[in-house]
Design a protein around this ligand. Sequence first.
Ligand code: PLP
Length: 395
Amino acid sequence: MDRISKLTDQNTFQTYKRYPVTLVRGDGARVWDVTGKKYLDFLSGIAVCNLGHCHPAVVAAAKQQLDRLIHVSNFFYTEPQAELAALLAENSFADKIFFCNSGAEANEAAIKLARKYKYDHTDPRCYEIITMGYSFHGRTFATLSATGQEKFHQGFEPLLPGFKHVPFDDFDALEAAVTDMTCAILLEPIQGEGGVNIPSEGYLKRVRDLCDEKDILLIFDEVQVGMGRTGKLFSYEHFGVEPDIMTLAKALAGGLPAGAMLASKKIARSFSPGTHASTFGGNPVVMAAGSAVLREMTTTGVLDNCARVGDYFYSRLNALQKRYPHIIKEIRGKGLIIGMELEIAGKPILQKCLEKGLIINCTRDVILRFLPPITIQEKEVDECLQILTDIFREL
Ligand code: PLP
């Protein structure tokens, strides 16, 4: 172990199972460790560095803002916050944006807003939120309670009341779970941590119709699949369905900590002065980086690149599945979030990838997850496939 990893292990909580690798530098789809070894990064800090590491436009915007104004309280207006809010409103279904610092905080804000809206307009007893099995919404108490995976709950009960879980992509189960107390349905349009689960054709449309019919709010958690990851700016655009509330984080500011909760004007009105706040939310440096990300995604061909290279990667992985059906069960994905469900344990494969200079991830023990920067080219996909093929051949 090097000095940095020893120091880290001695002095930080052991909440993360870290690899014995200390990273010191990143550029595009590459990162380098302390020994100088180079890695192809097909994880992007878990869908954060969507434009690649240290994208020049993000670096320039943040540096320029660092020299002008780093932080003021939300008692004051700042130009970077105004600009990013306008860009998000212009490019989404939403009219109003609340800024925070992470995905959990964005979901926390969405849960509070949904309850407050129902409190204001329907009945204070109408506070129940339905979420999905295998969902992931964060680690704070409300978002942990919303998360439909028991392994994250263990040791922390009793959880916050008012959350019900139903299987993802099962419309009948969802419909049966709705009662007069239902306030909102919260779901990831494509599940990330739960293993890259894509809903079947028409599911989200039926969920939207159910919400309209029963006067229930629809909340999309786009923390992982928003910000260009699927080849559209927001994944809901693939399904022809708009939510009432949406949450963003991860890639929003190109690697700086940012979160956002977006809603229509009518719903946003329930968050009146004093009802919600965040000291760092809307920080000028982070907002400047966020605007650089949004501009890059909306004015260059980066989303088309994601869709094109994503299709290429998906079809090549499917060809690999046909060659190794005893190892690979299924390939699922949209744009550049792709899951490979294995017939065998994923961790040893992850380890071999790392040795060969490829960073990927594994969820639910058997699903390899690929989240490369959406700026990658076919030749980087080929490099990743060569490493995977070598590993499968050895197996
Ligand atoms: N929502 C989704 C869909 C996520 O994938 C994550 C993190 O992986 C979160 C929420 C929580 O985000 P954060 O870790 O920034 O709190």
